[in-house]
Design a protein around this ligand. Structure first.
Ligand SMILES: Nc1ncnc2c1ncn2[C@@H]1O[C@H](COP(=O)(O)OP(=O)(O)O)[C@@H](O)[C@H]1O
Ligand SMILES: [Mg+2]
Length: 228
């Protein structure tokens, strides 16, 4: 089976080499959990490998993302080079609509040979719907369209709870091919970052909750270590 390596240290090992090609992953986490950093690294590692990536940001402007990522990952020195060479594109659509996101993806697939894409976040789109049933229907239609596109996507979702035992299931849990959860666990006087692969259709994967860190060189997932 063909796979797309996330390039995030330790993570590919947890999913037996990478995300199965063409699948659609949801990345869950509360604010500050590292979702944007995770998605940016996914595209940056692809660009290093010559795979064009598109970051569709529904909240922050492209300028803000570039600026924030420069401070989070000071050793990612090739961002501007990748943008200039069309290996990385960050866009903020004018409208908060899945139709707009789908159009962008289709256009870049045809014209730029897109391999990786990020949608940050689905929650922004969900909030633009007054009616949950309507969102569910639109999301289903969007995903069936994505399945016909040769691109491997990560979509972020704001987690509804901070604690692992308080997580409820959202509509995205059922429709996406894979789910990765990021946590910022409360340890009284400090917080500890942890990650788990909850679901990954088409491949075996680790079911451990493991610690991770956001370092200047990138995200590091400590496979085989315990969360304290
Ligand atoms: N230079 C840095 N060094 C270490 N951690 C950082 C740095 N810059 C940001 N962070 C961490 O990354 C978090 C933001 O991550 P982000 O990817 O924006 O999360 P999310 O998208 O889930 O809200 C910050 O709350 C901070 O803890
Ligand atoms: Mg974010």
């Amino acid at each position: 089976m063909e796979r797309i390596k996330t390039g995030i240290a330790g993570l590919d090992e947890m999913i037996k080499g990478g995300i199965p090609l063409g699948r659609h992953i949801a990345l869950y986490g509360g604010p500050g959990c590292g979702k944007t950093s995770f998605c940016f690294e996914y595209l940056y590692r692809g660009a290093e490998n010559g795979e064009p990536g598109l970051y569709i940001s529904l909240e922050e402007t492209p300028e803000d993302i570039i600026e924030n990522m420069k401070s989070t990952f000071p050793l990612f020195t090739r961002t501007q080079e990748f943008i200039d060479n069309k290996l990385l594109e960050i866009v903020k659509p004018d409208k908060l609509q899945l139709e707009e996101v789908a159009n962008l993806l289709e256009e870049r697939l045809t014209n730029a040979g897109l391999k990786r894409a990020v949608i940050d976040s689905a929650t922004m789109i969900r909030l633009s719907f007054g009616d949950v049933a309507e969102y569910r229907q639109t999301l289903f239609e969007f995903l069936s369209l994505l399945r016909n596109l040769d691109v491997t996507t990560i979509t972020t979702v704001e987690a509804s709870a901070a604690r692992r035992d308080e997580m409820t299931y959202d509509i995205e849990h059922f429709v996406m091919d894979g789910i990765i959860n990021l946590y910022n666990l409360d340890r009284g006087d400090h917080r500890v970052r942890a990650l788990e692969v909850m679901k990954m259709r088409g491949t075996d994967h680790s079911r451990d909750l493991v610690p991770f860190k956001v370092t200047p060189q990138g995200i590091k997932v400590y496979v085989g270590e315990k969360v304290f």
